[in-house]
Design a protein around this ligand. Structure first.
Ligand SMILES: [Zn+2]
Ligand SMILES: [Zn+2]
Ligand SMILES: [Zn+2]
Length: 399
Protein backbone atom coordinates (compact mmCIF):
# COMPACT_ATOMS: atom_id res chain seq x y z
CA UNK A 1 0.00 0.00 0.00
CA UNK A 2 1.52 3.38 -0.93
CA UNK A 3 2.05 5.62 2.06
CA UNK A 4 -0.67 8.16 2.73
CA UNK A 5 1.85 10.69 3.91
CA UNK A 6 5.15 12.19 2.84
CA UNK A 7 7.76 14.46 4.21
CA UNK A 8 7.93 18.12 3.17
CA UNK A 9 9.29 21.45 4.36
CA UNK A 10 6.51 23.30 6.14
CA UNK A 11 6.86 27.09 5.80
CA UNK A 12 8.07 28.58 9.07
CA UNK A 13 8.04 25.23 10.88
CA UNK A 14 10.85 23.25 9.28
CA UNK A 15 10.11 19.65 8.43
CA UNK A 16 6.59 18.33 8.41
CA UNK A 17 4.36 15.57 7.04
CA UNK A 18 1.55 16.02 4.58
CA UNK A 19 -1.14 13.85 3.04
CA UNK A 20 -0.56 12.32 -0.39
CA UNK A 21 -4.18 11.27 -0.83
CA UNK A 22 -7.58 12.25 0.46
CA UNK A 23 -7.98 10.86 3.96
CA UNK A 24 -11.31 10.43 5.64
CA UNK A 25 -12.15 11.14 9.25
CA UNK A 26 -11.33 8.18 11.47
CA UNK A 27 -9.06 6.60 8.87
CA UNK A 28 -5.73 5.06 9.87
CA UNK A 29 -3.04 7.25 8.32
CA UNK A 30 0.13 5.55 9.52
CA UNK A 31 1.22 3.06 12.10
CA UNK A 32 4.65 2.60 13.59
CA UNK A 33 6.50 0.37 16.00
CA UNK A 34 8.81 2.20 18.39
CA UNK A 35 12.54 2.40 17.74
CA UNK A 36 12.84 2.24 21.53
CA UNK A 37 10.33 2.34 24.36
CA UNK A 38 10.02 1.66 28.07
CA UNK A 39 7.35 1.40 30.74
CA UNK A 40 7.41 4.40 33.03
CA UNK A 41 8.94 3.90 36.47
CA UNK A 42 5.68 4.77 38.21
CA UNK A 43 3.92 1.84 36.58
CA UNK A 44 6.86 -0.54 36.40
CA UNK A 45 5.09 -2.99 38.73
CA UNK A 46 1.71 -2.86 37.01
CA UNK A 47 2.46 -3.01 33.29
CA UNK A 48 4.12 -5.78 31.27
CA UNK A 49 7.46 -4.49 29.99
CA UNK A 50 6.97 -6.33 26.72
CA UNK A 51 3.35 -5.93 25.57
CA UNK A 52 2.48 -2.98 27.84
CA UNK A 53 -0.69 -4.67 29.17
CA UNK A 54 -1.74 -3.69 32.64
CA UNK A 55 -2.14 -6.79 34.80
CA UNK A 56 -1.97 -8.04 38.33
CA UNK A 57 0.60 -10.60 39.44
CA UNK A 58 3.18 -9.95 36.76
CA UNK A 59 6.29 -12.12 36.77
CA UNK A 60 9.43 -10.29 37.83
CA UNK A 61 12.80 -10.57 36.09
CA UNK A 62 14.95 -12.43 38.60
CA UNK A 63 18.07 -10.55 37.52
CA UNK A 64 17.23 -6.84 37.64
CA UNK A 65 14.08 -7.27 39.76
CA UNK A 66 12.62 -4.34 37.83
CA UNK A 67 11.19 -5.62 34.53
CA UNK A 68 7.88 -7.48 34.81
CA UNK A 69 6.02 -9.65 32.34
CA UNK A 70 2.60 -11.22 31.79
CA UNK A 71 4.11 -14.67 31.35
CA UNK A 72 7.19 -16.48 30.09
CA UNK A 73 6.18 -15.84 26.46
CA UNK A 74 6.32 -12.07 26.96
CA UNK A 75 9.55 -12.46 28.91
CA UNK A 76 11.19 -14.53 26.17
CA UNK A 77 10.14 -12.13 23.45
CA UNK A 78 11.42 -9.19 25.47
CA UNK A 79 14.78 -10.73 26.31
CA UNK A 80 16.61 -9.69 23.17
CA UNK A 81 15.87 -6.02 23.91
CA UNK A 82 16.09 -6.38 27.69
CA UNK A 83 19.28 -8.36 28.23
CA UNK A 84 21.69 -5.42 27.97
CA UNK A 85 19.37 -3.15 29.92
CA UNK A 86 19.00 -5.86 32.56
CA UNK A 87 22.73 -5.83 33.33
CA UNK A 88 22.73 -2.05 33.58
CA UNK A 89 19.69 -2.00 35.86
CA UNK A 90 21.33 -4.62 38.05
CA UNK A 91 24.54 -2.61 38.30
CA UNK A 92 22.67 0.42 39.69
CA UNK A 93 20.33 -1.36 42.10
CA UNK A 94 18.55 -0.25 44.21
CA UNK A 95 18.61 2.99 42.26
CA UNK A 96 16.49 3.16 39.11
CA UNK A 97 17.26 5.80 36.49
CA UNK A 98 14.51 8.18 35.32
CA UNK A 99 12.27 7.28 32.38
CA UNK A 100 14.14 9.49 29.92
CA UNK A 101 17.50 7.97 30.91
CA UNK A 102 16.14 4.45 30.53
CA UNK A 103 14.64 5.37 27.16
CA UNK A 104 17.89 6.94 25.93
CA UNK A 105 19.77 3.81 27.01
CA UNK A 106 17.31 1.56 25.19
CA UNK A 107 17.83 3.71 22.13
CA UNK A 108 21.61 3.28 22.36
CA UNK A 109 21.21 -0.51 22.72
CA UNK A 110 18.77 -0.62 19.78
CA UNK A 111 21.16 1.33 17.58
CA UNK A 112 24.07 -0.88 18.59
CA UNK A 113 22.16 -4.06 17.85
CA UNK A 114 22.62 -5.01 14.20
CA UNK A 115 19.16 -6.56 13.90
CA UNK A 116 17.46 -3.21 14.11
CA UNK A 117 16.95 -1.59 10.74
CA UNK A 118 15.65 1.93 10.41
CA UNK A 119 15.78 2.05 6.62
CA UNK A 120 12.06 2.67 6.35
CA UNK A 121 12.17 5.69 8.57
CA UNK A 122 11.22 8.98 6.97
CA UNK A 123 13.37 10.76 9.45
CA UNK A 124 16.57 9.83 11.18
CA UNK A 125 17.62 10.47 14.71
CA UNK A 126 20.53 12.44 13.36
CA UNK A 127 18.06 15.06 12.14
CA UNK A 128 16.12 15.31 15.41
CA UNK A 129 16.23 18.67 17.10
CA UNK A 130 17.93 18.91 20.49
CA UNK A 131 16.89 22.59 21.03
CA UNK A 132 19.95 22.94 23.28
CA UNK A 133 20.78 26.38 21.89
CA UNK A 134 17.39 27.83 22.77
CA UNK A 135 17.17 26.21 26.21
CA UNK A 136 17.35 28.09 29.50
CA UNK A 137 20.46 27.49 31.64
CA UNK A 138 18.26 25.91 34.27
CA UNK A 139 16.84 23.36 31.87
CA UNK A 140 20.26 22.64 30.42
CA UNK A 141 21.56 21.97 33.91
CA UNK A 142 18.77 19.48 34.55
CA UNK A 143 19.60 17.73 31.29
CA UNK A 144 23.31 17.62 32.16
CA UNK A 145 22.45 15.72 35.32
CA UNK A 146 20.40 13.25 33.29
CA UNK A 147 23.29 12.92 30.83
CA UNK A 148 25.69 12.03 33.70
CA UNK A 149 23.19 9.52 34.98
CA UNK A 150 22.94 8.03 31.49
CA UNK A 151 26.72 7.61 31.27
CA UNK A 152 26.82 5.95 34.67
CA UNK A 153 23.87 3.71 33.81
CA UNK A 154 25.24 2.35 30.51
CA UNK A 155 28.88 2.33 31.69
CA UNK A 156 29.09 -1.42 32.03
CA UNK A 157 27.91 -2.08 28.47
CA UNK A 158 29.10 1.03 26.67
CA UNK A 159 32.10 2.24 28.72
CA UNK A 160 32.75 5.30 26.58
CA UNK A 161 29.91 6.59 24.46
CA UNK A 162 32.16 8.83 22.39
CA UNK A 163 34.65 6.04 21.68
CA UNK A 164 35.09 2.55 20.23
CA UNK A 165 32.01 0.60 21.30
CA UNK A 166 29.89 3.44 20.05
CA UNK A 167 31.20 3.77 16.54
CA UNK A 168 27.93 2.28 15.31
CA UNK A 169 26.08 5.24 16.78
CA UNK A 170 25.41 8.32 14.67
CA UNK A 171 27.87 11.05 15.77
CA UNK A 172 25.22 13.21 17.43
CA UNK A 173 24.16 10.29 19.62
CA UNK A 174 27.62 9.86 21.09
CA UNK A 175 27.30 13.04 23.10
CA UNK A 176 25.15 12.13 26.13
CA UNK A 177 23.82 15.67 26.60
CA UNK A 178 22.64 16.08 23.03
CA UNK A 179 21.22 12.55 23.06
CA UNK A 180 19.22 13.18 26.24
CA UNK A 181 18.01 16.52 24.84
CA UNK A 182 16.83 14.84 21.63
CA UNK A 183 15.11 12.06 23.53
CA UNK A 184 13.23 14.42 25.84
CA UNK A 185 12.13 16.71 22.98
CA UNK A 186 11.06 13.90 20.65
CA UNK A 187 9.65 11.14 22.80
CA UNK A 188 5.96 10.28 22.79
CA UNK A 189 3.95 9.34 25.84
CA UNK A 190 2.44 5.88 25.37
CA UNK A 191 -1.04 5.65 26.86
CA UNK A 192 -3.33 2.70 27.38
CA UNK A 193 -7.00 2.29 26.46
CA UNK A 194 -8.02 4.33 29.49
CA UNK A 195 -5.73 7.14 28.35
CA UNK A 196 -3.43 6.59 31.30
CA UNK A 197 0.20 7.32 30.58
CA UNK A 198 2.07 4.05 30.88
CA UNK A 199 5.37 4.59 29.13
CA UNK A 200 7.51 6.54 26.70
CA UNK A 201 8.66 5.70 23.20
CA UNK A 202 10.56 7.02 20.20
CA UNK A 203 8.89 6.89 16.78
CA UNK A 204 11.31 8.88 14.63
CA UNK A 205 9.14 9.29 11.53
CA UNK A 206 6.26 10.64 13.55
CA UNK A 207 8.50 13.20 15.23
CA UNK A 208 8.10 15.06 11.93
CA UNK A 209 4.49 15.84 12.80
CA UNK A 210 4.04 19.49 13.66
CA UNK A 211 1.77 20.79 16.35
CA UNK A 212 -1.60 22.46 15.94
CA UNK A 213 -3.97 23.28 18.80
CA UNK A 214 -6.75 22.17 16.48
CA UNK A 215 -5.05 19.15 14.93
CA UNK A 216 -6.37 17.01 12.08
CA UNK A 217 -4.85 13.79 13.49
CA UNK A 218 -4.62 12.07 16.83
CA UNK A 219 -2.33 9.33 18.10
CA UNK A 220 -3.69 6.18 19.67
CA UNK A 221 -1.70 3.24 20.95
CA UNK A 222 -2.27 -0.46 20.57
CA UNK A 223 0.25 -1.88 23.01
CA UNK A 224 3.38 -0.03 21.93
CA UNK A 225 2.31 0.38 18.32
CA UNK A 226 1.47 3.97 17.49
CA UNK A 227 -1.46 4.59 15.18
CA UNK A 228 -2.00 7.96 13.61
CA UNK A 229 -5.69 8.52 12.85
CA UNK A 230 -7.44 11.38 11.10
CA UNK A 231 -9.95 13.26 13.22
CA UNK A 232 -11.42 15.10 10.26
CA UNK A 233 -11.35 14.82 6.48
CA UNK A 234 -7.96 15.78 5.07
CA UNK A 235 -7.25 16.89 1.51
CA UNK A 236 -4.23 15.75 -0.51
CA UNK A 237 -1.21 18.01 0.18
CA UNK A 238 -2.71 19.24 3.46
CA UNK A 239 -0.28 19.20 6.38
CA UNK A 240 -0.90 16.51 9.00
CA UNK A 241 -0.82 17.78 12.57
CA UNK A 242 -1.21 16.52 16.10
CA UNK A 243 -1.40 18.36 19.40
CA UNK A 244 1.73 18.02 21.53
CA UNK A 245 -0.14 19.08 24.63
CA UNK A 246 -3.50 18.71 26.34
CA UNK A 247 -5.74 20.88 24.14
CA UNK A 248 -8.06 21.43 27.03
CA UNK A 249 -6.70 24.81 28.08
CA UNK A 250 -6.92 28.48 27.18
CA UNK A 251 -4.78 30.05 24.46
CA UNK A 252 -2.54 31.71 27.02
CA UNK A 253 -1.92 28.42 28.88
CA UNK A 254 -1.32 26.44 25.68
CA UNK A 255 1.16 28.98 24.34
CA UNK A 256 3.05 29.09 27.64
CA UNK A 257 3.31 25.31 27.83
CA UNK A 258 4.46 25.00 24.20
CA UNK A 259 7.11 27.66 24.73
CA UNK A 260 8.40 26.03 27.93
CA UNK A 261 8.36 22.48 26.72
CA UNK A 262 8.79 22.64 22.95
CA UNK A 263 10.49 26.00 22.44
CA UNK A 264 8.17 27.66 19.95
CA UNK A 265 5.33 30.16 19.94
CA UNK A 266 2.20 28.62 18.51
CA UNK A 267 0.78 30.55 15.58
CA UNK A 268 -2.02 28.15 14.72
CA UNK A 269 -5.36 29.52 13.67
CA UNK A 270 -6.89 28.43 16.95
CA UNK A 271 -4.32 30.47 18.93
CA UNK A 272 -4.35 33.50 16.65
CA UNK A 273 -8.14 33.82 16.86
CA UNK A 274 -8.23 32.85 20.56
CA UNK A 275 -11.20 30.86 19.40
CA UNK A 276 -13.28 29.18 22.14
CA UNK A 277 -11.44 30.92 24.98
CA UNK A 278 -14.72 32.56 25.97
CA UNK A 279 -16.48 29.23 26.08
CA UNK A 280 -13.65 27.35 27.81
CA UNK A 281 -13.36 30.04 30.47
CA UNK A 282 -17.12 30.53 30.75
CA UNK A 283 -18.57 31.76 34.01
CA UNK A 284 -17.22 34.39 36.38
CA UNK A 285 -13.60 33.84 37.40
CA UNK A 286 -14.57 33.77 41.09
CA UNK A 287 -16.83 30.75 40.49
CA UNK A 288 -14.27 28.57 38.71
CA UNK A 289 -11.10 29.81 40.37
CA UNK A 290 -11.29 27.28 43.26
CA UNK A 291 -11.41 24.47 40.66
CA UNK A 292 -8.39 25.89 38.81
CA UNK A 293 -6.48 26.31 42.08
CA UNK A 294 -7.16 22.71 43.12
CA UNK A 295 -6.05 21.15 39.82
CA UNK A 296 -2.28 20.95 40.47
CA UNK A 297 -2.84 19.09 43.75
CA UNK A 298 -5.33 16.70 42.15
CA UNK A 299 -3.05 16.12 39.17
CA UNK A 300 -0.36 15.21 41.71
CA UNK A 301 -2.66 12.57 43.22
CA UNK A 302 -3.31 11.22 39.72
CA UNK A 303 0.40 11.00 39.01
CA UNK A 304 0.81 9.02 42.23
CA UNK A 305 -2.14 6.78 41.28
CA UNK A 306 -3.84 7.70 44.57
CA UNK A 307 -7.27 7.07 43.02
CA UNK A 308 -9.30 7.07 46.21
CA UNK A 309 -8.02 10.47 47.33
CA UNK A 310 -8.34 11.77 43.77
CA UNK A 311 -11.97 10.71 43.51
CA UNK A 312 -12.82 12.18 46.91
CA UNK A 313 -11.15 15.49 46.03
CA UNK A 314 -12.80 15.77 42.61
CA UNK A 315 -16.28 14.67 43.62
CA UNK A 316 -16.30 17.00 46.62
CA UNK A 317 -15.34 20.04 44.53
CA UNK A 318 -17.63 19.13 41.64
CA UNK A 319 -20.63 18.73 43.89
CA UNK A 320 -19.98 22.00 45.74
CA UNK A 321 -18.22 24.76 43.76
CA UNK A 322 -18.65 22.88 40.48
CA UNK A 323 -22.43 23.13 40.53
CA UNK A 324 -22.26 26.82 39.66
CA UNK A 325 -19.83 26.33 36.78
CA UNK A 326 -20.93 25.37 33.26
CA UNK A 327 -19.84 21.99 31.88
CA UNK A 328 -17.88 23.73 29.08
CA UNK A 329 -15.49 25.37 31.52
CA UNK A 330 -12.05 23.78 31.03
CA UNK A 331 -11.21 23.45 34.68
CA UNK A 332 -14.49 21.72 35.43
CA UNK A 333 -13.99 19.52 32.37
CA UNK A 334 -10.48 18.52 33.47
CA UNK A 335 -11.71 17.73 36.95
CA UNK A 336 -14.64 15.67 35.65
CA UNK A 337 -12.20 13.77 33.45
CA UNK A 338 -9.95 13.00 36.40
CA UNK A 339 -12.96 11.82 38.41
CA UNK A 340 -13.78 9.44 35.54
CA UNK A 341 -10.17 8.19 35.50
CA UNK A 342 -10.27 7.57 39.25
CA UNK A 343 -13.57 5.66 38.96
CA UNK A 344 -12.13 3.46 36.20
CA UNK A 345 -9.17 2.54 38.36
CA UNK A 346 -11.36 1.87 41.36
CA UNK A 347 -13.72 -0.24 39.25
CA UNK A 348 -16.66 2.10 39.87
CA UNK A 349 -17.89 1.60 36.32
CA UNK A 350 -21.32 3.17 36.52
CA UNK A 351 -19.99 6.27 38.22
CA UNK A 352 -17.29 6.42 35.51
CA UNK A 353 -19.95 6.34 32.80
CA UNK A 354 -21.80 9.15 34.62
CA UNK A 355 -18.73 11.40 34.59
CA UNK A 356 -17.90 10.37 31.01
CA UNK A 357 -21.37 11.30 29.83
CA UNK A 358 -20.95 14.78 31.28
CA UNK A 359 -17.78 15.45 29.30
CA UNK A 360 -18.53 13.79 25.95
CA UNK A 361 -21.07 16.38 24.68
CA UNK A 362 -18.59 19.16 25.41
CA UNK A 363 -15.78 17.40 23.57
CA UNK A 364 -18.14 16.80 20.67
CA UNK A 365 -19.40 20.38 20.51
CA UNK A 366 -16.06 22.14 20.79
CA UNK A 367 -14.73 21.08 17.39
CA UNK A 368 -11.18 21.97 18.32
CA UNK A 369 -11.37 19.17 20.86
CA UNK A 370 -12.44 16.58 18.31
CA UNK A 371 -9.21 14.65 18.78
CA UNK A 372 -9.82 14.48 22.50
CA UNK A 373 -13.45 13.55 21.78
CA UNK A 374 -12.47 10.55 19.69
CA UNK A 375 -9.94 9.38 22.27
CA UNK A 376 -12.48 9.75 25.08
CA UNK A 377 -15.19 8.07 23.04
CA UNK A 378 -12.93 5.06 22.56
CA UNK A 379 -12.38 5.04 26.29
CA UNK A 380 -16.09 5.26 27.00
CA UNK A 381 -16.73 2.22 24.78
CA UNK A 382 -14.19 0.40 26.84
CA UNK A 383 -15.85 1.45 30.10
CA UNK A 384 -19.20 0.32 28.71
CA UNK A 385 -17.71 -3.04 27.84
CA UNK A 386 -16.50 -3.31 31.43
CA UNK A 387 -19.83 -2.17 32.82
CA UNK A 388 -21.58 -4.85 30.84
CA UNK A 389 -19.17 -7.49 32.08
CA UNK A 390 -19.70 -6.38 35.66
CA UNK A 391 -23.47 -6.08 35.38
CA UNK A 392 -24.20 -9.49 33.87
CA UNK A 393 -23.16 -11.59 36.84
CA UNK A 394 -24.42 -9.16 39.48
CA UNK A 395 -27.94 -8.69 38.09
CA UNK A 396 -28.28 -12.21 36.87
CA UNK A 397 -30.52 -10.99 34.06
CA UNK A 398 -30.21 -12.40 30.58
CA UNK A 399 -28.98 -9.82 28.02
ZN1 LIG B 1 2.92 -9.04 28.25
ZN1 LIG C 1 15.97 -7.90 33.97
ZN1 LIG D 1 -1.99 26.95 18.79
Amino acid sequence: MPPKLKRFVSPGKGNGLRATVRIRRGELVYSAEPLACCVSNKLARDVCHHCFSRRENLLRCSQCKMARYCNTTCQKQAWCGHKTECKCLKSLRPRVPTDSVRLAARLIFALLSPSKSSSEELYTLEEHESHLSSMSENKKQGLSQLASMLELYVQQEVPDLAQEGASALPPSCRDPLSLIAKVTCNCFTISDGELQEIGVGLYPSLSLLNHDCWPNCVMVFVGTKLQLRAVRDINPEEELTISYIETLSSTEERRRQLEDQYHFTCRCQHCDSQDKDGLMLSGHKSTWDPLKEALPRLEGLKAESDWQALLEGCSHLLSTVGCDVSDENVYKLRMTDMAADACIHLGHWEEAVGYGEKTLPVYRDIKALRGEYIRKQRRSYKIRANTTRILIPSTGSSW
